[in-house]
Ligand binder design. Structure first.
Ligand code: HGY
Ligand code: MN
Ligand code: MN
Length: 421
């Protein structure tokens, strides 16, 4: 990791091997056979990961608080408790076949920054808060970025707490269990904002690696719409029911998805259309499916284009297809967001001063920073993902890249703490 000598002595240098060891230890919790992790929101594994983080934090004397939707706030005090904090963080929950770095990196990089400031006896005026957002991944409980969306008022607390997983366990029940196991935690009201928010994250795409850059200076996040489509037909005997009498929900859903894909096809390959969940009921090999429920994840950086495409999808997911009825529900509409140019510049300057290769980019993945950006000056830092792989157990980022991003986060957090924003 090349550093300009002028800076080496002047500012705190993070400890890359400590950061790497922390990732190894965290990756043991919910480890999967193929080298990934499964620490879905509010599961025992998620609680275990949060407990380990709190253990590390409490050993340093940091305080911990939790808000009504389970977002965790770990605070390193400043010399002036009356000042609003510089907030920085990400999420610890994972996809069911997740990687070891998605979200985790943005949490452990902050812990590394806080400990580095301790090690260098740096006293900031402002408190610095590590935020661990609840249920960023939206797999066990929908929607994605639930904790930060509720904190921002984009999703109601009541709706979120009443959300059930596939087994009928609610967020409210699972959260109460987790909080009891992490006690003692101070209570923090919903809607916490700060002086600034900076999130470090793996890119989850191939661009930094292809361009041979160390740091992504993220200027924006593209928009994301999440729909749930329901196709209803009629259950019938697989052996006795002729095709002409069938109302086969699977056949109808398949035809509808093919129609939607054709309708939204984008020659420029900018639009992202994904059907990630597809549930057939009743799911017996000998019954013509009576009901299919599937998800649509739609993304695009242009708000107008995203809205128009979303409206067209809702038009097509209504009425009848192949003798079945179709309806669709909007689960989430997250518009594209631009980050604060002053904070983005602070990230860029830090990368420049440290002599890292960097580039400006828009995030294809969504992040909790999206909801913070609506209320607090916000920026993000990306580090490369090997072959652009993420949401996959093979996800990997080199230790050197993890350390580089954490160093930029340290420098940017200190810069933000001193900025008038
Ligand atoms: O889906 C996303 O963009 C995020 O990684 N959960
Ligand atoms: Mn993430
Ligand atoms: Mn993710």
């Amino acid at each position: 990791m090349e550093m300009h000598q002028s800076l080496v002595a002047a500012t705190p240098l993070i400890n890359g091997s400590r950061l790497s060891e922390r990732h190894c230890e965290m990756a043991r919790i919910g480890a999967t056979a193929n080298g990934g992790v499964n620490r879905q929101a509010l599961t025992p594994e998620d609680t275990e990961g949060r407990r380990l983080l709190l253990q590390w934090a409490r050993a340093r004397g940091y305080t911990a608080a939790i808000d009504p939707i389970g977002n965790l706030f770990i605070r390193r005090a400043g010399s002036r408790a009356d000042l609003s904090p510089v907030m920085t963080g990400s999420h610890l929950d994972s996809q069911p076949t997740g990687g070891k770095y998605d979200g985790v990196y943005g949490v452990l990089a902050v812990l590394e920054v806080l400990e580095t400031l301790d090690d260098y006896n740096v006293v900031t005026e402002r408190p610095i808060e590590l935020v661990v957002w609840m249920n960023e991944e939206g797999s066990r409980f929908g929607p994605v970025t639930m904790g930060s969306a509720v904190a921002a008022g984009a999703v109601s607390l009541e709706r979120a707490l009443a959300t059930n997983d596939a087994r009928g366990t609610s967020v409210s029940e699972a959260l109460a269990q987790q909080v009891a196991q992490l006690a003692p935690l101070e209570s923090r009201p919903l809607g916490a904002t700060g002086h600034a928010y900076i999130e470090a994250h793996i890119e989850q795409g191939p661009v930094l690696e292809q361009e041979a850059r160390d740091i992504g200076v993220v200027s924006a996040i593209q928009g994301l719409h999440l729909y749930q489509v329901e196709v209803r037909g009629f259950e019938a005997h697989a052996g006795t029911t002729p095709s002409r009498h069938r109302k086969d929900a699977l056949v109808a859903a398949s035809a509808l998805i093919a129609k939607l894909r054709a309708e939204v096809a984008d020659p420029a390959d900018v639009l992202r259309f994904t059907v990630g969940r597809f549930e057939v009921a009743p799911g017996s090999p000998h019954i013509v499916p009576g009901k299919v429920t599937f998800s649509i994840d739609l993304r695009h950086p242009d708000p107008e284009h995203l809205l128009r495409t979303g409206e067209r999808i809702l038009e097509l997911c209504a009425g009848e297809i192949e003798a079945c009825t179709v309806c669709a529900k909007v689960m989430l509409r997250s518009s594209p967001v631009q980050f604060d140019t002053r904070l983005v510049a602070a990230v860029r300057n830090a990368a420049e001063h440290r002599g890292f290769g960097y580039m400006s980019m828009v995030s294809g993945a969504t992040h909790d920073a999206k909801y913070m950006a609506e209320r607090t000056p916000t920026a993000m830092i990306f580090v490369p993902s090997e072959k652009g792989i993420s949401h996959n157990e093979l996800e990997h980022t080199d230790d050197e890249d993890l350390a580089a991003g954490a160093q930029i986060l340290c420098d940017a957090v200190l810069a933000a703490a001193a900025m008038e924003l």
